[in-house]
Design a protein around this ligand. Sequence first.
Ligand code: ATP
Length: 565
Amino acid sequence: MAESKARTGVEPSDRVVIGITFGNSNSSIAYTVDDKAEVIANEDGDRQIPTVLSYVDGDEYYGVQAKSFLVRNPTNTIAYFRDFLGKEFKSIDPTHCHASAHPKDVSGNISFSVKDQPESEEASDVNISETAARYFRRLVGSASDYLGKKVTSAVITVPTNFNDKQREALIKAANDADVEVLQLIADPVAAVLAYDARPDAEIKDKIVVVADLGGTRSDVAVIASRGGMYTILATVHDYEFAGVNLDQALMDHFAKEFIKKHNKDPRENVKSLAKLRLEAEATKKALSLGTNAQFSVESLLDGFDFSSTINRLRYEMVARKVFEGFNRLVEGAVKKAELDVLDVDEVIMCGGTSHTPRIANNLAGIFPETTTILAPATSATAINPSELQARGAALQASLIQEYDANDIEQSTHAAVTTVKHIANAIGVLTIGANGEEVFSPVMQVETAVPARRTVHIAAPKAGGDVIIKVVEGGTHIKVTKPEPKAKEEKPADEDDSDFDSDEDEEEEHREKIWKTGKQLAEAAIKDVKANGKVEVTVNVLGDLSVTVTAREVGGKGGIRGTLTA
Ligand code: ATP
């Protein structure tokens, strides 16, 4: 595999490591100190550093400074290029580059034509690999300046649908910027790592949905976290519902206001459009924090200044279609993983767009109350969604920095990629107080093997012999329809068109029910004490063979059997 290919020449003991996320819109750099990951601010004070390079009189600008040149110097400003890495010209979608340097076909490869040389009016072709290397140089340079020593190595996060060519191109670009790539890790796994590394985090078996909502794309992953191992069950990638679409909704809204006043469309003029776009993004961000925001642009068109305000409710109306799109993406990913929303323990929201309260609240609406939605709007303990992945990458980098390249390859693949996992849950069937069978899961479905789990099962109050059956289990969702109620008449003028139009519809009740399958083992523990407990341990080996041990807690002896599943 390409991802652990490290640049030789750096001794593990000489490494200075960081975590990097390199997005189409923004990038971030992070390092760890005392096992805690911190995102680094660059020399402009930014932690979300726009993935933009701009050339003015031969000087190179990057980040926020470069982004501001999208208004005055768009043709020499390169933006939204990350997804072009490792691709041929004919297979890219250049949509997002229409207001910056256009990608150009040079013998099938992608280049940008920019005036990057001092004292020369000639533009030169900078290919995509060189563009990315130049950007990495700036990014890593900022990290080195901050840390006061030269960064040598990094863990970089990548989308789960990056193919080998894209991964190799990314590694090459980093290597060309003199950075050793310790490992590429999947974006959503980095986000889970950042949460699981918190000192108060409980590492338990759980199903996590990571909704990574960025500027130009949204990626959703469903991950089974079992005993600290992560298995990606399903992913969804979307290029239609993302941050720029929210900007567009606001731009259209304010453009219409401007047209009403001045009878001219500012979207038809390149410079006005660029100004509109930057201000729409700023207004959108302000609306994540406050309920009202300003929108003002000096000399928007024909010398006319434009100034207006918008409240959050109005924004949520004008961008409603985009918001609904996010819900569909997340629901689609859960479905693709052949799970139900009731199976999901946590939703981690990451990417800049996840700051938007309405998106988090909408997602809270589709999951049961037992699912934690980790976003600023829905959880007081949420980590800044824009920082999650860089932090996860930095934590991973500090974990593996002491290994040499081969060991990294060997030891880190399994943790995040495909290892064998069990296809059905394994649990214990006992007889409840009223003679009914009770299923207690011991090992959840999709647990990566080898794995071992222990549970304590209460014996009947009076004690005596306890029969333990170890069985496979699955879940199904039981839907209870409410009794139909007579419809109440509504007053004719009641406006019911808002978000929660179906709020007063009768909600059906859905719950997760265990269904038992094949019996794997049966054991009888004799003469268990009154109020005693029986301990059952299930051990599944790499070849999927299962060993079950059952014994009375505090008692002597026990029963052990091995079976092959
Ligand atoms: P992509 O690769 O999808 O283009 P990215 O991963 O490079 O995105 P992110 O920083 O995750 O970039 O997301 C950028 C998007 O997040 C932008 O559209 C930006 O406007 C938006 N964003 C950043 N902060 C906020 C905020 N506070 N509220 C709403 N949106 C925000």
